[in-house]
Design a protein around this ligand. Structure first.
Ligand code: AMP
Ligand code: ZN
Ligand code: FE
Ligand code: FE
Length: 286
């Protein structure tokens, strides 16, 4: 099996890099992309462990970008490990913007009557504290009945607790990934424009114009007909195809590495060959 989208506890997953590699072995994932939010810390720790375990590790990252004011997640793959100093320097700035947001998010939640401190949320999320860590604390303290309710009531873009985070523009994210020798793939397209495929199709010329290489047609949140529609869009716009579970361990219960939600994820075995084929055809640089 192939799974090109997963998170460790170096961002908002709950598995350590070591546990994630063991999980890949256990479930039969032979090619794994660790795509932590705005950090390579999990990937770096997993590199030697993956080699020992016989798991092919794809260098990856998931960036939060802004497109017309909305948050769009962008996956970067196959970044050249030798040329990453500049990119690594750039993501340090993203991490600082995240921390600044977290300070303001704590203040906003306290205004709303939630007893929460920066220290306790950072104890959980360490260097890459994100909203899912806030959600866990809201749940544990009984302010909400589920992680989803924490987002719906407090943390979602449309919720009362939401605070702005300074994120790079989509085109800048694509450019930075490609400059580092990587390819840029649109993560979980179902979350763009509230799932409207017509709106996504209308946006694709702009995204492709920014240099987007691929689209994540296979994802745990996609129904079979969604995946088919994204494959069709990929064909129409000359995009390559990526896929992954978006495994977060206990932070997103019900999603299994490699096989998604109730085995709804069927990533074709030739996905990597196809990606490499696209690279050979000159549409992608790997
Ligand atoms: P952050 O990067 O700290 O802004 O947190 C973003 C993460 O929160 C995303 O990667 C999702 O895992 C999660 N998230 C954002 N919005 C929602 C939502 N409405 N429902 C559930 N999870 C969400
Ligand atoms: Zn995540
Ligand atoms: Fe994402
Ligand atoms: Fe993700």
């Amino acid at each position: 099996m192939i799974d090109l989208h997963s998170h460790t506890n170096e961002s908002d997953g709950t598995f350590s890099p070591e546990e994630l590699i063991a999980e890949a072995r256990r479930v039969g994932v032979r090619t794994l992309g660790i795509t932590d939010h705005d950090t390579f810390a999990g990937h770096d720790q997993a590199l030697a462990l993956a080699r020992e375990a016989g798991v092919e590790l794809v260098t990856g990252i998931e960036l939060s970008t802004k497109l017309h004011g909305h948050s769009v997640h962008l996956l970067g793959y196959f970044l050249n490990p030798d040329g990453l100093d500049e990119f690594r320097g750039w993501i340090v700035g993203l991490q600082a913007a995240r921390r600044d947001r977290n300070v303001r998010l704590v203040a906003r939640l306290r205004e709303l009557g939630v007893a929460i401190t920066l220290e306790e949320v950072e104890a959980r999320g360490r260097g890459m504290t994100g909203r899912p860590h806030f959600a866990q604390i809201l749940l544990e303290k009984g302010y909400v009945g589920s992680l989803q309710q924490a987002f719906d009531d407090y943390l979602d873009e449309s919720a009362k607790g939401y605070v702005y985070r300074d994120e790079p523009q989509f085109a800048d994210g694509v450019a930075k990934i490609r400059h580092a020798g990587g390819i840029a793939s649109l993560a979980h397209p179902i979350r763009i424009a509230s799932g409207s495929r017509e709106d996504l199709a209308a946006m694709l010329p702009e995204l492709c114009g920014a240099g987007l290489n691929a689209i994540e047609a296979y994802h745990s949140d996609h129904a079979p007909e969604d995946t088919l529609a994204y494959l069709e869009l990929a064909g129409r716009y000359g995009l390559s195809v990526t896929g992954g579970s978006d495994f977060h361990g206990a932070a997103k219960p019900g999603i299994e590495l490699g096989s998604g939600r109730g085995k709804n994820l069927r990533i074709p075995d030739d996905l990597m060959e196809r990606l490499r084929g696209d690279a050979g055809a000159g549409t992608l640089r790997l």
